[in-house]
Design a protein around this ligand. Sequence first.
Ligand code: GLC
Length: 421
Amino acid sequence: MAKQTPVKESPAVVASRKRRMKWWNDARLGMFIHYGLYSQLGRGEWVMNRERIPAEQYQKLADTFAPKPRCPREWAALAKKAGMKYMVMTTKHHEGFCLWDSKQTDFNSVQRGPHRDIVREYVDACREYGLKIGFYYSLMDWHHPDGANCYHDAAAGRRFLDYTQSLVRELMSNYGKVDILWYDLAWPFGSAAAWEADKMNAIARRLQPHIIINNRSYAPEDFGTPEGHVTAEAVGRAWESCMIINSGWWGYVPLPADEWLTPQAIVRLLNQAVAGAGNLLINIGPMADGSVPPEAADRLTKLGKWLGVYGEAVYGKLDRVERMDGMSCGLWSRRGNTMYAWITRWPGRELAIGGLKTKVKAATCVATGKKLPFEQTSDRLVISGLPAKCPDRWCNTALIKLDFAGKPVQFLGAGLVDIGV
Ligand code: GLC
């Protein structure tokens, strides 16, 4: 991922950040969609580069590209069912193929293949399902003749920047309100200045004053994008981890069911994201015709059922989990003086938690709403009256809510007594 280079942010962008980011911070969970010509080959979105497929040969995939009618509706329906609040779709991946009616290139889905504007269909589907709309846009472009030359040749560089800015302008002009601009892979230039990120992002913001922009044009902008791991960024910085949920690539790869994360493993990712008050963007790589792989549909449907029960621990304003150690049975998330214990290894009728320094006022089984009896001594909380087996049938994870008398603190250390280290 591109490291950031210093840029001077406009005071208006800084001043409006909190307001612009409010819905996004509350949303917590989104769907990433990697769909393009590469979906036909089933060997990931980097296949052109990894296999050094000659451009003339690769381009032919534009004529066989045949998304089934209105497939974005299927993605949006699943996102909604999965409890996701926004989507981010690859409008142009590294291969350079534009999924919209671009006037800058005929290497697009209206001139070639389906002769349809897939971005338009996607936007309509998001609106139909009440989901916020994100556009992924790869700055790197393997198709454009200047996409690599621009590094050595100043005239090519100028042309490529103009091309890039024109495409961004089209995307920001032709589809009504767009909520997120999600750049990717800023190659070959190596700085915000070389990409003219200030100018490019100012174009986007002028056309879409509410937009949220990620950090992959070298400019830090509104949020960080840890990829392939869920790690909180510095306090005060918004962040979103993007993750694939199988052992493949972002683009479609046919895989057996056991190469996919279990529903519980997906919930654990969500737990890590919310524990750091961050967001999680879960990827699906639709198949050649745009259908959702059944393994993805299965897992995300279960996630949605689970969120139907446990959403209160996920959506809306949350605080970072600080000064907490964890349990033998799972991890935490937090809202003020309330902690949620995410129990992924169900202990049976009793749950014991060590090292809590703050007084517990109430323990509740979130699934049933039932208050649970508990005893708290100086170093140990024992909650009883739990169901013998994990009450959750979707993701094998159930939450116990603990209300504390003050800011929750847990300290365990390595020994059996607290010696302060
Ligand atoms: C990387 C990959 C790209 C993928 C992206 C998702 O930049 O190059 O294929 O789209 O990560 O974050």
